[in-house]
Ligand binder design. Sequence first.
Ligand SMILES: C[S@@+](CC[C@H](N)C(=O)[O-])C[C@H]1O[C@@H](n2cnc3c(N)ncnc32)[C@H](O)[C@@H]1O
Length: 416
Amino acid sequence: MNKIAEEINKYPQDYWDFKGITKSGIHNIGKYPATMVPDMQYQLLSVISKHLNNKNISLLDPFCGSGTTLVIAQELGINSVGIDINPYATLLSFVKTHQYNRADVCDAISTIKNNLEQESNFPIYDFVNIKKWFRDDIIKSLSQIRHCILLEKNQDIRKFFWICLSEVIFKFSNDRTSTFKLHVLPKEKIDLIEDRCIEYFIKIVNDNSAHLNYSNITSSNIICGDSNSTMKYKLKDEFNIICTSPPYGDNPTTVTYGQSSILFLKWIDNVDLSCSQELLKKYTTIDKISIGGEKRNIINTKNIKSLNEFLNKISLKKQSKVINFFEDYYVVLKSMRQCLSKNGYLIMTVGNRSVDAVRQPLDNITIEILEGLGLKMVSKFNRNILYKNSPLKLSLLKDKKTIKTIQKETIIIFTK
Ligand SMILES: C[S@@+](CC[C@H](N)C(=O)[O-])C[C@H]1O[C@@H](n2cnc3c(N)ncnc32)[C@H](O)[C@@H]1O
């Protein structure tokens, strides 16, 4: 048995569930769906880096989301690159991994507190449909915070403030927070919202600033864009670890990462976002351009047995969406293989969602594709997803039929 598999098998089966351990510190900053378990990433990356003799390790996460893996890589002294198509995800990953100067952050916080008390002359911010998502008094308070953030000259600190503002928006908007799709709250609930935006913003700024990175020196390069084209055309070096958790299906029918961030993105000044304004015009664009969002013909995945068996069990209508996803998934796995150095390791965390009440075997499909591309599987194990806040436990069916939601995820390790 491979040494890595041996080491992983030493742990009892339930070890990887990390029962009783919740996210803390920097991992709690911002609001992002389906984040990874930091302790698991720490353990996995420690095992793998040990086998690579802890030397010259470079890591790539092509679906970095909120940056959990990048933060852990940094803790372990590993330089990393993170890619995500969602500009809120890359902003959050940047803030979580950037090395800040403590004195500068303290000064900026006292300045913004003063400004929030003194600045009474500020423009009321506006965008299409703003009144659907925010009450008038909330718009006024958020406009005041936005104005004061813009007075900050240091862009890296402004980025931190935008992340704090996103937590305020999450709490005080008219959007129901129980799902990641945008849904307006009923009027009686909107009426009950108490405008404590400024007070809450100051609290979040104080709390979050305590967790910023003031000392880690390994770098993390965060790129906002499509992971396949970024890996193909922008990355020059190979990586000896690729560690990621991809989406488990197309965003609109699985987790709407784009919609969950769009209200935050609408308030953030474009100079501090690395994306075009076009991306933010419609609430659905980010999800549409994400993996599986475009129409594809079945070409690369035609002969994937586990995929074909699954397709035969679901309706024709759903089949086409699944094919769109797996065609994109295939090309992204191919690019990942190309970016992996010889003897390097690829760690994939995947979950099997249901389509038409049939489990989509993303674990087996991933194995079949990657083995077909010449990678060798060294270890595979399951873990239970214990915490209720996992979005994968929410049924996304329109008719509200209960379906078995994802309760387990699979970790698969390959080598080249
Ligand atoms: C399961 S999440 C990653 C969660 C992450 N591991 C964390 O701990 O936050 C998958 C991510 O893939 C991103 N994504 C979807 N399609 C993409 C694409 N074509 N290129 C880059 N990122 C994409 C989504 O925006 C989402 O953040």
